[in-house]
Design a protein around this ligand. Structure first.
Ligand SMILES: Nc1nc2c(c(=O)[nH]1)N[C@H]1C(S)=C(S)[C@@H](COP(=O)(O)O)O[C@H]1N2
Ligand SMILES: [Mo]
Length: 372
């Protein structure tokens, strides 16, 4: 176990994400918190491009403008009042598109996340379409551009954090103006008082500290839409912005320093998720002993993949918990592998898929353990 869980009085636990950079603040979810079905708010990874703007809910305003019939400005209380008709709440996997980048060879530029820029939290809020309908969306609208209150500089130019969504996704009933996370008002670092939550999309879509939604009639080409967060192949050819989360799994147990004995059963556990097919259809586990050919290689007649047991997820956007009972027969080093397949039939590839900015890194999950 890591030392990240700090006791705070009887029964209570305070977490702290593991700092990756301090200015701006970026941190990943501690390993121990991934054993929780819902990631505690104070353990969830944080990805900030600029600073954390602090706007009290009473002073917060959302401006809805652009190609609309009537521009609308909405306060926090009005938003909550709208929520009385249509508040929605569900568990959502939040994953940074750059999660896992540290595994890519050669390592692309960007934050060196291992596989812990991910978590699953319960978000509650008001569907954005209820607000958009008040403003009246012009028929020629193709996208909505969402802007946060944070600004800074990118490549030496002043920039705001702005991201667009195609109209159908923006108006999808599950695209939320989220006010709450895990039953509490959003904390400042996760976008207080209101953030966008677009389930199933890489979390760059989930604009924090949301202050503006603008209907546009041409596709948006801001820096965070058209330059950053774009898949660029090795030939330098852009292949579209990151969007749906790729199928992925992680192993939460055993941990590398766990005491494993031959002939004794141990439970291999983890999580799996996908944004494209949403439902995870299958998770397979494999234990490769050091005496076998190189780890990670596909071999006919070699170690087999075994189906893990899946627990029903807590909702369509939540992760799936899985487990597999494993009894190692011989001592030595093993590599445990997990491979998820989603309802669309997409499977994790054996090796990290490379692209210039290091996005969508979803190779089979691996943990190295020793059996005595
Ligand atoms: N306004 C604003 N929203 C933002 C960002 C940001 O820097 N500014 N980062 C995005 C990225 S890249 C990610 S991965 C998620 C991270 O959400 P979290 O910090 O709540 O985990 O927020 C997204 N929303
Ligand atoms: Mo991200």
């Amino acid at each position: 176990m890591t030392a990240s869980a700090v006791p705070r009085g009887p029964g209570a636990t305070a977490w702290a994400p593991e700092t990756v950079t301090t200015d701006p603040y970026n941190a990943q979810t501690p390993r121990a918190a991934l054993t929780e079905r819902l990631t505690p708010a104070d353990a969830l990874f944080v990805r900030d491009h600029f600073g954390v703007p602090r706007t009290p809910a009473a002073r917060w305003r959302l401006r809805i403008g652009g190609a609309v019939t009537t521009p609308v400005t909405l306060g926090y209380e009005e938003l909550l009042a709208l929520g009385r008709e249509g508040r929605r709440e569900f568990d959502v996997v939040l994953e940074c598109a750059g999660n896992g980048r540290a595994q890519m060879v050669p390592r692309p530029p960007g934050l060196p996340w291992d596989q812990r820029a991910v978590g699953c939290a319960r978000f509650a809020g008001v569907p954005f379409h209820l607000v958009a309908e008040r403003a009246g969306v012009a028929p020629e609208t193709v996208e909505f551009v969402f802007a946060g209150a944070d600004t800074g500089s990118v490549h030496g130019h002043p920039a705001a954090f702005e991201r667009s969504l195609p109209l159908a996704e923006a108006l999808h009933p599950d695209t939320l103006l989220a006010t709450h996370m895990n039953g509490e008002p959003l904390p400042p670092e996760h976008g207080a008082p209101v953030r966008l939550v677009v389930p199933g999309r890489y979390a760059v879509a989930d604009v924090k500290w949301l202050v503006e939604a603008t209907a546009v009639t041409e596709p948006f080409t801001g820096v965070f839409q058209a330059e950053e967060y774009v898949y660029v192949a090795s030939e330098g050819i852009p292949d579209g912005p990151v969007s749906a989360i790729r199928v992925k799994s992680l192993i939460t147990a055993p941990e590398p320093d766990d005491d494993l004995r031959r002939g004794t059963q141990t439970v291999v556990r983890g999580r799996a998720w996908s944004g494209a097919g949403l439902a995870v259809g299958r998770v397979e586990v494999r234990a490769e002993h050091e005496d076998e050919d190189g780890p990670g290689e596909e071999r006919a007649g070699g170690t087999e993949w075994h189906d893990a047991d899946l627990e029903p997820p807590t909702g369509p956007y939540a992760w799936t918990s899985w487990s597999y009972r494993w009894t190692p027969r011989k001592p030595g080093r093993y590599r445990l592998l997990a491979r998820a397949t989603d309802a669309h039939g997409d499977t994790q590839p054996p090796r990290a898929p490379w692209n210039a900015q290091g996005y969508g890194c979803n190779p089979v999950a691996a943990v190295d353990v020793v059996v005595v």
